[in-house]
Ligand binder design. Structure first.
Ligand SMILES: *Cc1c(COP(=O)(O)O)cnc(C)c1O
Length: 336
């Protein structure tokens, strides 16, 4: 038995999803002629109460297009110190967008608007002008943290007061929605640009979207093509995404139950805190985790090593109850 808890990106398409893909209607999406891509973009925009969306190969591309729409070269983005946009996108904001970034530090990646406000630089003869703020929800490196809706509302008010753009890195917004019950449209209403990922918990093999108003998405298509993200018969991939949106959002609650169960079972060994598990991510604190991860892998349990003494486990639709029990048994023995 292989229980792959490294990430929710490791899911493989089911037979039903593959069937949806092979029967998709397709055309050339660079000409705007792929009916499946057009349908996916319209459905995703509608879910978030926005006018339009653009399909991208990756979440990193969706994020970077969003940031380029909100921040001009030489201007500044504010985000969390552990944000995906500044840590795991190969410096793209600086390298490709000319965007300067400054970060705040918060517990578990949880947004605290009071920390953000004093960081904002107004246009001024000798300071870098802040143009946008990016928020990750759920927060990956924070441990799947759900951003409180009141805090997001406060951030919107702050952004409006300072005429700033707000970008949501919503790679796991589906998990935030499943955990909080906040409608996706409510999240959508608070942000100017929203990136969402279809290839994590939702189980599609490839694909993300950037969602915004129609004028921004028109510009987004230009930036996507510039980045090499114009795809042709992408409808085969979009069909997987449409299947995922229709079938795999509600079931994320099961992943959250399994993550909590996993954390509760390992908590007695002092390696994780069940109370901190809000969604599908469990952070592990283990001395010499690389060695523990190697030993666990020999018994079919895969976890991510993130540092010398910390790692991550993520539940997803390819991990069932039996897989969780196996992981508990194997890891429980190793960290005892
Ligand atoms: C996975 C992820 C992304 C997108 O990653 P890609 O691998 O480029 O699709 C963006 N933000 C967060 C928080 C993520 O976890």
């Amino acid at each position: 038995m292989i229980v792959d808890l490294r990430s929710d990106t490791v899911t493989r398409p089911t037979a039903a999803m593959l069937e949806a893909m092979t029967s998709a209607d397709v055309g050339d999406d660079v000409y705007g002629e792929d009916p499946s891509v057009n349908a996916l973009e319209a459905e995703a925009a509608a879910l978030f109460g926005k006018e339009a969306a653009v399909f991208t190969p990756t979440g990193s591309m969706a994020n970077q297009i969003g940031l380029q729409l909100l921040v001009r070269p030489g201007d500044e983005l504010l985000c969390d110190v552990k944000a995906h946009v500044v840590n795991f996108e190969m410096g793209a904001a600086a390298a490709l967008g000319g965007i300067s970034s400054r970060t705040w530090t918060s517990a578990n990646g949880r947004l605290d608007t009071a920390l953000v406000e004093p960081m904002i630089n107004r246009p001024h003869p000798y300071s870098t002008t802040t143009r946008a703020i990016a928020v990750e929800n759920t927060h990956n490196m924070g441990g799947g943290t759900v951003q409180p809706i009141e805090e997001l509302r406060a951030l919107r008010a702050l952004a409006d007061a300072h005429d700033l753009g707000l970008h949501l890195d919503g790679a796991r917004i589906w998990n935030a929605h499943a955990a909080s019950g906040v409608p996706l449209s409510e999240y959508g209403a608070l942000f100017d640009t929203v990136s969402v990922c279809l290839s994590k918990g939702l189980g599609a093999p490839v694909g993300s979207l950037l969602i915004a108003d129609a004028e921004r998405i028109e510009r987004a298509r230009v930036i996507r093509k510039r980045l090499g993200g114009g795809m042709r018969q992408a409808g085969f991939l979009a069909a997987a995404g449409r299947y995922a949106l229709a079938n795999n959002i509600e079931r994320l609650a099961d992943d959250h139950v399994r993550a909590r169960h996993l954390a509760r079972s390992l908590e007695p060994f002092g390696v994780c805190e069940a109370a901190q598990v809000e969604t599908n991510i469990v952070l592990l604190r283990v001395r010499d985790i690389a060695q523990v991860a190697r030993a666990a892998a020999e018994q079919g349990v895969l976890v991510s090593v993130l540092g010398p003494d910390w790692g991550r486990m993520v539940t997803h639709l390819d991990v069932d109850d039996a897989g969780i029990e196996h992981a508990v048994k194997v890891l429980g023995t190793l960290v005892r």
